[in-house]
Design a protein around this ligand. Sequence first.
Ligand code: Z5A
Length: 217
Amino acid sequence: MAAERGTGALLTVEGGDGAGKTTLARSLAELLTAAGHSVHLTFEPGGTLLGTRLRSLVLDPELEMSDWVETWLFLAARASHVHDVLLPALKAGELVLSDRYTDSTLAYQGYGRGLDLGRLRRLNLEATAGLSPDLTLLLDISPEAGLARTRARSSEGDRIGDADLAFHRRVNAGFRSLASEDAERIRTVDASRDAADVLTDALQIVNHWLDGRRSAS
Ligand code: Z5A
């Protein structure tokens, strides 16, 4: 059953490690707020206290877990995020900007880990009560360049970021494949450029989408 989502809109930012999602989401939230929108910036895994605790478990390099246990932890964090944060914000009419959401599970656990995509889609549907993004910005960057950015920032690893390059290449190919299957919703932005150029393109896409939504209503 589709979730009762109110009048708000759900925008998600997706991409591989170090693509610049957090940097973009923050700047986009500032500019959209300055333009008069009521913006709620959030992220996964996290966004709630439970989500933050689950995040530290699922990323802890000292913990071993099967790929399905990893998936369930992301889904549990998502279910709590949808129920406690996303739906209330959407019902209040906010423009919700989430740094990662359902496509990350398909790209990382599906394409990256090799888990069944059909099952992951069904589980995403259950965890989100059918709440799908209205618009997704996919920040596309080579895994080598993305990982170089995250490693320049910190030498501390995590369970998923530390996976081998072949895994990150599968994730990247997975995101591209998702974007080509759903080009209407998922808009790809070349994230290898300066943050300012990435922001300009992303803002143009979002504004164009908002204009279309306004004229349709
Ligand atoms: N994961 C999963 O497997 N399944 C799921 O369902 C979900 C997540 C939801 C944690 O997510 C992990 O969980 C993640 C996927 C997995 N894998 N790992 N590891 P995360 O979002 O917290 O982790 P992340 O993707 O690795 O985030 P990140 O490293 O912070 O990357 P980012 O948000 O894309 O980039 P950033 O923080 O904005 O920037 C990284 C650095 O690059 C930083 O120093 C910036 O100043 C710099 N930067 C940013 N943009 C630029 C540009 N344009 N040029 C140059 N430098 C830049």
